[in-house]
Design a protein around this ligand. Structure first.
Ligand code: ATP
Ligand code: MG
Ligand code: MG
Length: 545
C-alpha cells in the first residue's frame, strides 16, 4: 500500500488481500440517474476507481435506477460523460433495473423461507407501528400470513392487480430490534410508473436497501463503499446478503460525505436551482457539478488531486472551496499560457509614438516554463489599459498611472500620463501619454526606475471578449433554507479585449491573464464571433494547505 493518500478503507482492503479473503478487489460507483454528478460524487469515483486499481482489481459503473419516478436518460448520458472526462473507464456499465427479474426471484426466495410477507397496512400505519428508539414496534396482523398466501399476493402485486400503495412486501426480521431499520422494512412497493429502462414491464419496484446488496452480490462486488448515512442500514444489508440465494459476500464500508463551503451538495437542491432558473442549467459555471466545474475551467487533474488530498474518513467534514482552487492553480501554473487581457478598458494614446507604426515585441508564454517558448505582441500609438489602473487623484502609495506619473507597460516601454480627456459628463474617455523609446523592455535600460507595471492590449488589433467573474453561489451557510442564501450577485460581466494571437482559441482553452487569474473559454457561450471567458480562479488566495 502506498503511504501517500492512505486511509482506513485501504487498510481494510489491504488486510483482506493479505488474508486471501478475495481473489480480486471489485468496487463500483453506483449513481442514481436522478441528476448530474457533483464534486461529492467525484470523491466517490476517485475512491472506488483508484482503490481497485491500486490492488489490481476492477470497478464498474452501475446506474442505481430502481426508483422510476425521478430517473431519466438525460442523466445517464451526463453521468457517463463526466466519468469519462475525469479519466476513468469502468470495466462494465450496468443498470440495476436489468436485475429486476433476479431481484423478484430473491424476494420470492425470502417469502418461501418465511422471511418476507405482503402487508396491507398503509405507509402511515406502518410508520406508526414501527415504534421508537425507546419503544419496540408492534407486529402487524399481516405478519402471520402463510407462505402460500404471500406468494399468491406477491404475484398479484407484480401482475398489476393492486393500486399504488395498496400493498407492500416487507422483510420479516424483528419488530423489537434496537435498530429500527430491522423492524420489518419494506422491500417492494407498487408504482404504476413507466421506467426509463424497463418501460412498463414492472409495476412493483424494489426498495434501495433491498436492491443495493443484491446488485452488489450479482456483480461480485467485494467492497461496497457508501456514505455514512447508510451506516444504520448495514445490518439490513448483511441480512439481505445472508438470506438471499447468492454466494457472493460483499461488505459495506461507509465513509464521510464531502461537503464544500459556499455551495450546496445534493442533487435535490441543485435541481431546485436549475428548475427555478437561479442558474443557467446543471452545467452553469457556478455549480459544484462536474459539468459546471468543467465549464468553469477546472481540470480533471485538479479535481482528482483535490479528492485524493482531502482524504477519506469517518468524520463529517466541511472542506474549504479554496482548497479546490489551490489545486487548479497547481495544475495550470506550468501548463496555461500567460497572456494579457484588459477587462475594463480605457484607451491610451501615446502622442509621441509615430502614427501607423507597429512593433512586435517578444514576450514569454510562461515565465515559469521556458519550454512553452515565446509569442509576439503588438505595440502601437493606441493601447488599452485597465480603467482601474488610472486615478486622476490618487492616494499616497498609488504606483499605477496618474497625471505626471510614469509606469512600465509590460513587455514594452515606460509611459507617462500627460493629459486626461473627458466627455461632457466628466467621464474619462482617453488618456494622452508619452513614451520614452530608451526604456524598451529587454534593452537593459536602468537610468531610472518606476514602481508600477501595467498590462495592456494594443488597440487596433485587440480582440473583443466578454469576461465572466464569479462569486460563490451561496453566500452563507448559517442554516435555514438554502434558497434564502443564494447570492444574487454571483456573476459579474465585463467587456474588454484580449491579445490578437487569441483570435482562434476554442472552447475550454485555458489561460492565465496577467494579474487577473486563470480563465477558460466558455464552450457554450463562445462562438466564432463572440469570445466568452469564465474566470476559473483568481491568482492568489490567502488559503494555505
Ligand atoms: P445526493 O444526495 O447529492 O443526491 P446521493 O448519495 O443520493 O447524492 P447517489 O447517486 O446515490 O447520490 O450517489 C452515488 C455514489 O456517490 C454513492 O455511493 C454516494 O454515497 C456517493 N456520494 C454522493 N454524494 C457524495 C458526497 N457528497 N461525498 C462523497 N460521496 C458521495
Ligand atoms: Mg440518492
Ligand atoms: Mg441522497
Amino acid at each position: 500500500v502506498s503511504e501517500t493518500h492512505t486511509h482506513f478503507i485501504k487498510h481494510i482492503v489491504s488486510k483482506d488481500m493479505e488474508e486471501g479473503a478475495y481473489d480480486e478487489i471489485v468496487t463500483r460507483f453506483p449513481p442514481e440517474p436522478n441528476g448530474y454528478l457533483h464534486i461529492g460524487h467525484a470523491k466517490s469515483i476517485v475512491l472506488n476507481f483508484e482503490l481497485a486499481d491500486e490492488f489490481g482489481g476492477r470497478t464498474s459503473l452501475r446506474f442505481d435506477d430502481t426508483n422510476p419516478l425521478k430517473e431519466d436518460v438525460e442523466y445517464v448520458k451526463a453521468i457517463k460523460e463526466d466519468i469519462d472526462w475525469l479519466g476513468y473507464e469502468p470495466e462494465e456499465v450496468r443498470f440495476a433495473s436489468d436485475y429486476f427479474e433476479e431481484m423478484y426471484k430473491q424476494a420470492v426466495h425470502l417469502i418461501k423461507q418465511g422471511l418476507a410477507y405482503v402487508e396491507d397496512l398503509s405507509q402511515d400505519e406502518i410508520r406508526n407501528m414501527r415504534g421508537t428508539l425507546t419503544e419496540p414496534g408492534k407486529e402487524s396482523p399481516s405478519r402471520s400470513r402463510s407462505v402460500e398466501e404471500n406468494l399468491e399476493l406477491f404475484e398479484k402485486m407484480r401482475a398489476g392487480e393492486f393500486a399504488d400503495g395498496e400493498k407492500v412486501l416487507r422483510a420479516k426480521i424483528d419488530m423489537s430490534s434496537p435498530n429500527i431499520n430491522l423492524r420489518d422494512p419494506v422491500i417492494y412497493r407498487i408504482s404504476h410508473t413507466t421506467h426509463h429502462n424497463t418501460g412498463d414491464a414492472w409495476c412493483i419496484y424494489p426498495m434501495y436497501s433491498f436492491a443495493h446488496p443484491l446488485e452488489d452480490a450479482i456483480e461480485g462486488v467485494t467492497h461496497s463503499i457508501c456514505t455514512l448515512e447508510f451506516e444504520d442500514q448495514r445490518p439490513l444489508y448483511d441480512w439481505v446478503i445472508a438470506n438471499a440465494d447468492m454466494t457472493a459476500e460483499p461488505k459495506q464500508i461507509e465513509f464521510a460525505r464531502l461537503n464544500l463551503t459556499n455551495t450546496v451538495m445534493s442533487k435535490r437542491k441543485l435541481k431546485q436551482l436549475v428548475d427555478e432558473n437561479i442558474v443557467d442549467g446543471w452545467d452553469d459555471p457556478r455549480m459544484p457539478t462536474i459539468s459546471g466545474l468543467r465549464r468553469r475551467g477546472f481540470t480533471p487533474e485538479s479535481i482528482k488531486q483535490f479528492c485524493r488530498e482531502i482524504g477519506v474518513s469517518k468524520a463529517d467534514n466541511l472542506v474549504d472551496v479554496r482548497m479546490l482552487e489551490h489545486f487548479l492553480r497547481e495544475d495550470l501554473k506550468l501548463k496555461a499560457p500567460r497572456t494579457m487581457a484588459v477587462l475594463d478598458p480605457i484607451k491610451v494614446v501615446i502622442t509621441n509614438y509615430p502614427e501607423g507604426q507597429v512593433e512586435w515585441l517578444p514576450a514569454d508564454i510562461n515565465p515559469e516554463n521556458e519550454e512553452m517558448g515565446m509569442r509576439e505582441i503588438p505595440f502601437s500609438r493606441e493601447i488599452y489599459i485597465e480603467r482601474e489602473d488610472f486615478m486622476e487623484d490618487p492616494p499616497k502609495k498609488y504606483f499605477r498611472l496618474y497625471p505626471g506619473n510614469e509606469v512600465r507597460i509590460k513587455h514594452a516601454y515606460f509611459i507617462k500620463c500627460e493629459d486626461v480627456i473627458k466627455d461632457e459628463n466628466g467621464r474619462i474617455t482617453e488618456l494622452h501619454c508619452t513614451y520614452d523609446p530608451e526604456t524598451k523592455s529587454g534593452s537593459g535600460f536602468n537610468a531610472r526606475k518606476v514602481k508600477g507595471t501595467l498590462h495592456y492590449v494594443e488597440a487596433t488589433r485587440a480582440v473583443p471578449a466578454e469576461f465572466r467573474l464569479y462569486e460563490p453561489l451561496i453566500d452563507d451557510e448559517a442554516g435555514g433554507d438554502f434558497m434564502d442564501h443564494v447570492n444574487e450577485d454571483s456573476v459579474q460581466v465585463h467587456h474588454g479585449f484580449v491579445e490578437p494571437n487569441m483570435a482562434n482559441v476554442t472552447g475550454n482553452d485555458k489561460f492565465q491573464f496577467f494579474r487577473h487569474g486563470y480563465f477558460n473559454v466558455d464552450p457554450k457561450k463562445s462562438s466564432e464571433d463572440r469570445l466568452v471567458f469564465n474566470r476559473i480562479v483568481s491568482l492568489k488566495s490567502s488559503f494555505k494547505l
